[in-house]
Design a binder for this molecule. Structure first.
Ligand code: ZN
Length: 344
């Protein structure tokens, strides 16, 4: 008999600094993601947890108000074990979450406040295994709403009432990662932090004690998932994710005209810039980069020193530039063609 073919997983990008993890219940992140979080916080990255409910309906022998207190406490302790200091509870009702505008609104507000580059959530496909193991309704609602909220947060006209007191729109989410999806395409090596992940799950002791006959073994359970994922990555233990790309947050470099003035902006900023160029014939700030009016008009950020990038635009046309890495591309524009089509 031949072994079934193993589909390899691509490594997740680790070129980021801030992530926000949004899940429905305390313990959701500990069933497979916590070891990866420990790896990232160990690299000096910041990860914030947002729990949509407090899991108050999750322990059969404990009344919801009591369970809420216990589970919030366990979640905070569990997060601290993997280097996460900020844990927020939105207090929405456990077990009966609904996908819809109210949930998107609540999550967009969280994204706008924390301004993450990466958003992590749980599998929101119908099943865990692509066949029979049914997913739970709260996970599906939360994951779908999180994916939408990552984009809603960048649009100033969606939930505009949130844009007060220093809270601004945030279009910097580059990717949303759904953990444990049966359609996972990417993974991360958690061999070195696997034990931290186990401890993080064990911190949910009241919840775990209420499972079955109380004989739940956190290490054995997590190993059962981490080992086959590790095999797909070519390491001992891994954590797998389905990756959704949000093009609006990809950093791009725009070379304007032929003067060599080079600027860094987000893709959406670059797109708006290009639309203005083509529609109004706006001459973009090539003569005097850095002028305040130009920066405001184009929503440009700090200029990149000339010579940092290669490639000169063809006169009167658009050159398709080389990719310079995952999530990045050059835009070289001297006419009004739509540069958004070039971006990953
Ligand atoms: Zn859950």
């Amino acid at each position: 008999m031949t072994e079934p073919a193993v589909t390899p997983l691509e490594p997740l990008t680790e070129q980021w600094q801030r992530a926000l993890a949004v899940v429905a219940h305390p313990d959701d992140l500990e069933f497979g993601v916590a070891a990866a979080v420990a790896r990232w916080t160990g690299q000096g990255k910041q990860v914030v947890y947002c729990l949509v409910t407090s899991g108050e309906a999750g322990i059969d022998g404990l009344a919801p108000e009591q369970a809420r207190r216990v589970r919030e406490q366990e979640q905070r302790a569990s997060a601290a074990l993997v280097g996460v200091d900020t844990v927020e509870f939105l207090g929405l009702p456990d077990g009966i979450l609904e996908y819809g505008v109210p949930l998107r609104r609540a999550l967009a507000e969280v994204v706008r406040r924390h301004r993450p580059e990466i958003v992590i959530t749980n599998n929101f496909r119908d099943t865990w295994d692509g066949a029979y193991a049914l997913n739970q309704a709260d996970h599906i609602a939360t994951g779908r709403a999180t994916l939408d909220a990552a984009r809603d947060a960048g649009n100033r006209w969606i939930f505009p009432e949130q844009l007060t007191d220093g809270v601004q729109r945030w279009d910097g989410v580059r990717e949303v990662w759904a953990a444990g999806s049966p359609q996972a395409t990417h993974g991360v090596d958690v061999t070195a932090t696997f034990a931290q992940g186990v401890e993080s799950l064990r911190a949910h002791s009241a919840y775990l004690a209420g499972l079955g006959d109380g004989g739940f073994d956190a290490e054995e359970f997590l190993e059962g998932f981490a080992r086959p994922i590790g095999t797909r990555l070519g390491v001992r233990y891994g954590s797998a994710f389905e990756v959704f790309r949000c093009s609006s947050g990809s950093p791009v470099v725009i070379l304007l005209g032929t003067s060599g003035a080079t600027w860094r902006a987000s893709t959406s900023d670059g797109f708006r810039l290009a639309v203005k160029m083509s529609r109004y014939g706006v001459r973009l700030p090539q003569q005097r980069p850095g002028r305040r009016g130009d920066r405001r008009r184009g929503r440009l950020r700090r200029p990149v020193p000339p010579g940092r990038t290669s490639g000169e635009p063809r006169s009167g046309g658009v050159t398709r530039p080389p990719r310079i890495g995952a999530g990045r591309c050059h835009l070289t524009a001297s006419s009004g063609r739509d540069p958004a089509a070039w971006c990953p």
